[in-house]
Write a protein that binds this ligand. Structure first.
Ligand SMILES: [Zn+2]
Length: 324
């Protein structure tokens, strides 16, 4: 495992901070993570990240001087050209924070910053399920639903760095309220909280299910995903979620004609029980010529997708400077 040309990858998520040293082949030489402190300021969170870096460097037998660049994945919208966070969905104090330059100056490295869905899309394109694909659509289904688009091998970010808001596509007119203030968005019917709510409703209505063994206040989408292969109610819920997801994916497939659609996030652990209904809905709703040869698969990088995407962002910086 080569340390040559290694980069620093950082991930700031709603529940976890991670720091890793990654080589150009996408191999993680060392990784450290810690729980996110929801009460911490942005500055304190950056401080905590650098404490992880001081552990991860010796573990990888690397040094600050030996690193080529740094990449950061952030769990919220980012102003890409400015290198600033716009806000965080999970933590306070991140409004308009100059994260890219703050980390870059402290680390003494060229640094790139992007949101977690974009980072994960790039990670899967370079090192995961989308290796060798020019056009990749990545969708994360967890507490929320986000997406990232790689076209001709590069991230498509859009005019305001806001491309990929697939979670707020209307799929259920007059459906449940969404976190964005509208109704019937994909996120409002297919993200983790919606899956848990759907299970609770069915149980309250008297449905028989192994899910009934889980205390009501603890029931999450993870339970539904885990039980989906064995339990009819859990399977039914995941089927409905997969169909809803497929309606939105079909619209995206019609628009961009990707080689591959990669589904990540915790809910994707349900595997084909989620993805088969998605594939079927895409076949039904998208243009046949766009669907021919299209693969719809689970991500290969799992919970590391955004972290490895941060590494890919850093590696692209070194390429842009014309280094080996
Ligand atoms: Zn919405």
């Amino acid at each position: 495992v080569s340390v040559a040309g290694a980069v620093l990858a950082l991930d700031i998520g709603g529940t976890k901070l991670a720091s890793a040293i990654v080589n150009r082949a996408g191999e993680v030489l060392a990784e450290r993570s810690a729980a996110t402190d929801a009460a911490a300021s942005a500055e304190e969170t950056v401080e905590a990240l650098f404490e992880l870096c001081e552990e991860v460097l010796p573990a990888a037998r690397a040094s600050w001087q030996g690193l080529e660049a740094a990449g950061i994945s952030f769990g919220g919208p980012v102003d890409f050209p400015a290198g600033r966070t716009v806000t965080c969905h999970h933590l306070r104090g991140w409004e308009n924070f100059p994260l890219r330059d703050d980390v870059g100056e402290r680390a003494g490295l060229p640094t790139a910053l992007d949101n977690d869905a974009n980072a994960a899309a790039l990670g899967e394109a370079r090192f995961g399920a989308g290796r060798g694909c020019a056009h990749l659509l990545y969708i994360t289904v967890s507490t929320g639903i986000g997406a990232g688009l790689v076209l001709n091998g590069s991230l498509h970010r859009g005019a305001n760095s806001m491309a990929g808001e697939l979670g707020h596509t209307l799929v259920a007119p007059n459906g449940p309220a969404c976190t964005c203030g509208r109704r019937g968005c994909l996120e409002a019917v297919a993200a983790g909280p919606a899956i848990a709510a759907r299970a609770r409703q069915a149980l309250e209505a008297g449905a028989e299910s192994a899910l009934a063994a889980v205390p009501d206040s603890e029931l999450t989408a993870k339970h539904v995903a885990e039980l989906a292969s064995a339990d009819p109610l859990a399977r039914q819920i995941m089927t409905e979620v997969g169909e809803r997801l497929g309606v939105a994916v079909a619209a995206a497939v019609n628009l961009v004609n990707p080689d591959i659609v990669v589904i990540g996030g915790g809910v994707s652990q349900a595997g084909d029980i989620l993805l088969d209904p998605t594939r079927e809905a895409v076949r039904r709703h998208a243009v046949p010529e766009s669907v021919r040869g299209l693969r719809i698969v689970r991500g290969e990088l799992g919970a590391r997708d955004a972290l490895l995407g941060a590494a890919a962002l850093a590696i692209d910086l070194t390429a842009a400077r014309g280094e080996p």
